[in-house]
Design a protein. Structure first.
Lengths: 520, 300
């Protein structure tokens, strides 16, 4: 009876077993290439640990899906249950078959590693037994987890995903997963620890093995497999929608916690803080001993930047703007400055030579606004849909109150004849990057500034509502930002706040550009 | 057949079998008796509880209450040894698609000590089943025949079939039932089969059990059933009070004529004095079945 079942399992899962055999063969070939080991840690067993770490879960998943889930999914278990065999025997044969396959895999890999490294390493019996026990523990653990997991039928992908997310959260929360239970068995020390048996890790591994094995058997037996039978059916469309919503919700919610751990806050030695309400500005001289003139110029830049950004924050109703560090570099030439942000993307830098500043304060201010708002929305404003709003606001904001027409704007920004015969279409407002790449001759900020100026026929309250709607949002580090952009497209917001659609705005914008009269 | 005779010759005896699925009471105290050598037709509409009852008899699911005495052993759920003496054909034939007829025989043989490989090969031949054809390449009728071949090759004392002809066309169904009857008669094998098709049961069964909403409504031979359940027709304007010994199964009016389907012992029927304008009629199994499973008052 059992032999018949085992033969059936071999034949039924021939493809899965064949794939595993090929994997095994390839792995063995790699392991037998001794020089490889010397390049990967100096031990014949280093590669074994690496291989086991991914082959364990992979093989267990393939085997469990074939042995358990497929049997229920294709309802062939009903055929088996019609035969004179006890349900526990049936599950035991499957469990034993899967376990043997997993242990065979581990044993062959270990034998291959031993063969490959027999002349290079001292193979003491204790060391080999230790390696064997660790490999067995790791493989058995994964088999028991996947065995239980395979009874969850249509929810196994969702639960697998949840487990993976949980593991990532634990890792990101600083939990040292690699020191726990089965993970400790094949940790970095797998190939090198020759004497100490990790009793605690073995203990936890045994607990996991027993727990999941019992859970698997319980799921397969309780209520005459009724639970597993129901779970093995395909999801209804309603269930699929609910699961998708729950998964997306979970990802969105959890993504707050699965961010990379924050590093130590950036601390620039000698930096002077010029923060003003919502604006966070620091200045620092990247020189060993700044002169008084440098210090004064830096302080002036700091105050000016803080004042400007404070006005921006107030206008856009932002509670806080990202920190900006203005860094003085003597090696920078006049008209030369550099914009950057730190790796997390939360802090911006403007590097320049304060004694040989950029061509104009206006250019620096425009860049400052663009940079700060860009950081605040994680670069999302530099897009086809929102690029013109950011560019235009950054150009217009420093001159707010001083300009009433496009001619004023062009004049103050130092632009001249470049706007003759220039126009903007509604399509350009949805494909700003394409527009920008095709307009090399014009100053894009000034062009977009004209758009900001003319929107809503110059109604300041309407303009502010629109700009606050697009630029005032603080994007989080996760999918919520994408969801926000998706739910708040620009054109409907423009229409709702200013009464203009893209067509109307583009027409006004183009008309205004054509009417520019600026003496050269 | 007396009660003691039945007990001595009984291959399957079920008492008080119950099974819930959540809040649904699928089988509610089923009693049935299958005498040796007979063909038992287990009749009921879809969802009546036939498959649940059979699955409990086979030990595939456990009963919440009740006992099963089968091939001489009494238990709550059939043991492996008991099941090795039974042949079973399920409603759906969920064979492994890659297995051939011969391969399936080899696989199933490992579960039955009394498996007769020669007999299996012979049955395949009789059923015109190609031994090397894969299960996935068999038609519905051929799959049913293969299931029957697998169920009888170990020469079981009791053959249990759960709606074996479900999904087959009328020709295949008739052929399949002929095979079952011929095989059972020839080998003196006790056969218990379920069906919702009245003509099938009427044609093949010696003994009939009717199940409805999880409860046994009737259990006896076809002859006894016809003797017990009869129809009274009342001329328009006539009234008839049902005597207390009689059970009213169905009451309906067709074209102004009242029809009362009643159940009572044959002796009670013989003793019944009918007033003028009331006549009694024998019923077909189909009419008895319908009367047994529908009790509401119907006016057509």
């Amino acid at each position: 009876m059992i032999r018949g079942l085992l033969e059936k399992e071999c034949r039924d899962h021939a493809i899965a077993l064949g794939v595993m055999a090929v994997l095994l063969l390839v792995t063995l070939l790699i392991m037998l290439m001794v020089p490889v080991f010397s390049e990967t840690g100096g031990s014949a067993f280093f590669l074994l640990g690496e291989l086991l770490s991914f082959m364990g879960p992979l093989a267990a998943l393939i085997l469990a899906t074939g042995l358990i889930h497929s049997e229920f999914r294709h309802r062939t278990y009903l055929f088996l249950l019609g035969l004179p065999i006890h349900r526990v025997t049936l599950l035991s044969v499957k469990y034993g078959f899967g376990l043997c396959a997993m242990l065979f895999l581990a044993t062959v890999l270990l034998a291959g590693a031993w063969w490959g490294g027999r002349n290079a390493e001292a193979m003491t019996p204790n060391f080999l037994w230790l390696l064997f026990a660790k490999s067995v523990g790791w493989m058995w653990c994964w088999w028991s987890v996947c065995f239980a997991h395979s009874f969850l039928g249509r929810y196994r992908i969702v639960t697998g995903f949840a487990l993976a997310i949980g593991l990532i959260i634990a890792l990101n929360a600083g939990v040292l997963v690699s020191r726990f239970g089965p993970f400790a068995l094949i940790s970095d020390q797998f190939a090198y620890e020759r004497y100490v048996w990790p009793i605690e890790a073995f203990g936890w591994t045994a607990v996991i093995i027993v727990g999941f094995s019992l859970a698997g058997f319980a799921l397969g037996i309780i209520k005459d497999s009724e639970v597993t039978e129901k779970l093995s059916k395909r999801m209804s469309s309603r269930e699929r929608v609910v699961v998708t919503v729950v998964v997306i919700g979970a990802i969105t919610g959890l993504s707050k916690f699965i961010q990379e751990p924050r590093g130590v806050p950036l601390n620039l030695p000698g930096a002077i803080d010029f923060s003003d309400r919502a604006a966070n500005v620091s200045v620092v001289a990247a020189v060993s001993t700044p002169t008084k003139g440098e210090e004064e110029a830096l302080a002036a830049h700091g105050k000016s930047a803080a004042k400007l950004l404070s006005a921006v924050a107030e206008y856009l109703e932002c509670e806080r703007l990202p920190r900006i560090n203005i860094v003085h570099r003597r090696d920078f030439k006049a008209n030369e400055f550099e914009i950057a942000s730190e790796s997390e993307g939360d802090i911006g830098f403007i590097r320049l030579n304060v004694l040989a500043p950029p061509p104009s304060d206006l250019i620096l201010q425009t860049q400052l606004i663009e940079h700060v708002l860009g950081i605040r929305q994680r670069g999302r404003l530099h897009s086809d849909a929102r690029g013109w709003v950011l560019k235009g606001f950054a150009a217009w904001m420093p001159l707010r109150g001083q300009v009433t027409s496009a001619s004023d704007l062009v004049k103050l920004r130092g632009q001249g004849q470049t706007f003759v015969d220039e126009s903007v279409s509604a399509t350009d407002l949805s494909a700003w990057l394409k527009y920008a790449s095709s307009r090399e001759k014009i100053e894009l900020g000034t062009s977009a500034g004209i758009g900001i100026l003319v929107m809503g026929n110059g109604d300041e309250a309407a303009r502010r509502r629109f700009l606050t709607g697009v630029l005032g949002y603080e994007a989080p580090h996760d999918a919520r930002a994408t969801l926000h952009d998706w739910l708040h497209p620009v054109e409907p917001l423009l229409k709702a706040t200013t009464g203009d659609d893209f067509e109307t705005l583009a027409a006004k914008w183009s008309r205004e550009m054509k009417a520019i009269k600026v003496p050269q | 057949m007396t009660a003691s005779e039945i007990s001595a010759e009984t291959v399957l005896e079920v008492r008080g079998l119950k099974r819930n699925f959540g809040r649904v009471l699928a089988v509610d105290g089923v009693d049935l008796t299958v005498p040796r050598g007979q063909i038992y037709g287990f009749l009921g509409i879809n969802g009546a509880g036939k498959t649940t009852t059979i699955r409990m008899i086979m030990g595939i699911i456990s009963p919440d209450a009740g006992t099963i005495r089968m091939v001489g052993e009494t238990s709550r759920s059939a043991s492996v040894k008991q099941r090795q003496r039974i042949g079973y054909v399920s409603q759906e034939q969920n064979f492994y698609p890659w297995m051939t007829c011969k391969g399936l025989g080899k696989f199933v043989s490992s579960f039955y000590p009394s498996w007769d490989a020669v007999e299996f090969a012979r049955i395949l031949d009789v059923f015109s089943l190609p031994p090397d054809r894969k299960a996935s390449q068999l038609s519905g009728g051929m799959r049913a025949k293969l299931a029957l071949a697998l169920a009888v090759a170990h020469k079981p004392e009791l053959l249990i079939l759960d709606e074996p002809t479900a999904g087959l066309d009328p020709l295949a169904r008739a052929e399949f039932m002929e095979i079952i009857v011929a095989n059972s008669r020839k080998s003196q094998r006790t056969t218990f089969f379920s069906s919702h098709l009245v003509d099938e049961v009427e044609r093949c069964a010696d003994r009939i059990g009717i199940i409805h909403e999880g409860r046994m409504k009737v259990e006896c031979t076809l002859h006894e059933l016809r003797d017990r359940v009869r129809r009274l027709t009342l001329q328009p304007g006539m009234s008839f009070e049902v005597p207390p010994q009689f059970e009213l199964l169905r009451d309906r009016t067709v074209d102004g004529i009242d029809q009362l389907d009643l159940r009572a012992n044959p002796e009670q029927w013989d003793a019944l004095v009918l007033p003028a304008g009331v006549s009694v009629h024998r019923l077909s199994l189909e009419a008895i079945f319908i009367a047994s499973v529908s009790q509401e008052r119907i006016v057509l």
